[in-house]
Design a protein around this ligand. Structure first.
Ligand SMILES: [Zn+2]
Ligand SMILES: [Zn+2]
Length: 288
């Protein structure tokens, strides 16, 4: 039954399902948040920012769909060489959700500490406000940064690629709901285990004590296990340290690629020039 449902979803296409089912949910939630914030006189929605975020979401969804179509063959090739034959049931689906979230943690940590990956992810962080529409703010260059490579081990372990695609989408869908200031804290037991609005506000803040913290997707336990967790205490100052001021979605998606390649193009020893591609975003080339 569960397997048939997943296969049917896959046959129709996960991107279409996601847009058809989730887009109305996103719109209803954003409208509700807008009204709540207006009632509280804490409005953070602006027309130009929300419009940019939606344009970025659609361009991301388009390239993501193309990337999956191109890469599915590779996933199936690896799946043919899988380590285990895993039956599909509720327990193994739960296991897949947890394992995929583990790999998401490392994808996200890499996206902040490797400039080639940050060049895509910076788009998600360059907003100086935080509301549900911020979740939609994504870049079309994620496939170029290699996001998909983090899911390859799941196929190698023995999870069917179509199940992996579904779980990746569900993980990102969950994360939509943590981009809000309308909810302060959730019950303590939930805050202890799951990523929440409070944990993710910290992740989007550029206060020195909050930078590169709380990489969680669904479970916050990875941050606690790997030493990147910080609770929300001081108010969050959202944005990036080298803030860009633009209303142009193209600039939002490509400014860090431009800066990175202009750093690589600067004269100097080849090894140090290339290091701009994999060093942390704040790395500065030592003077010769
Ligand atoms: Zn991030
Ligand atoms: Zn976020």
């Amino acid at each position: 039954m569960l397997s048939e449902l997943v296969t049917t979803i896959h046959r129709i296409g996960i991107e279409k399902i996601f847009l058809l089912l989730m887009a109305p949910v996103f719109v209803v939630c954003m409208t509700t948040e807008y009204l709540v914030l207006r009632h509280r006189r804490q409005q953070t929605y602006s027309l130009h920012e929300t419009r940019s975020n939606i344009v970025l979401a659609l361009s991301h969804a388009a390239t993501d769909g193309i990337a999956w179509a191109l890469l599915l063959g590779l996933f199936y090739w690896i799946y043919q060489h899988r380590l285990f034959d895993i039956p599909f049931n509720g327990w193994t689906l739960l296991l897949l959700v947890v394992l995929q979230d583990f790999f998401y943690y490392w994808f996200h940590r890499g996206s902040h500490r490797i400039r080639w990956m940050w060049a895509s992810h910076v788009t998600h962080h360059s907003s100086e406000t935080m509301n549900l529409s911020t979740a939609l703010r994504q870049s079309l260059t994620y496939p170029l940064s290699g996001m998909w490579a983090f899911w390859l081990p799941l196929a190698w372990i023995g999870f069917k690629p179509e199940h992996v695609i579904l779980v990746v989408a569900v993980n990102l869908g969950y994360q939509f709901f943590v981009h809000t200031e309308a909810v302060r804290k959730l019950p303590r037991g939930f805050e202890a285990v799951f990523n929440t609005p409070s944990h993710h506000r910290v992740h989007h803040a550029r206060n020195p004590q909050y930078i590169d913290r709380n990489y969680a997707g669904v479970l916050v336990i990875w941050d606690k296990m790997f030493g990147s967790f910080v609770p929300e205490e001081a108010p969050c100052d959202y944005g990036i340290t080298r803030q860009i001021k633009t209303r142009n979605p193209i600039v939002m998606m490509f400014h860090e690629w431009r800066d990175m390649f202009s750093d690589v193009a600067r004269r100097g020893p080849l090894r140090l020039r290339l290091k701009h591609l994999w060093a942390p975003p704040e790395w500065v080339r030592p003077a010769e």
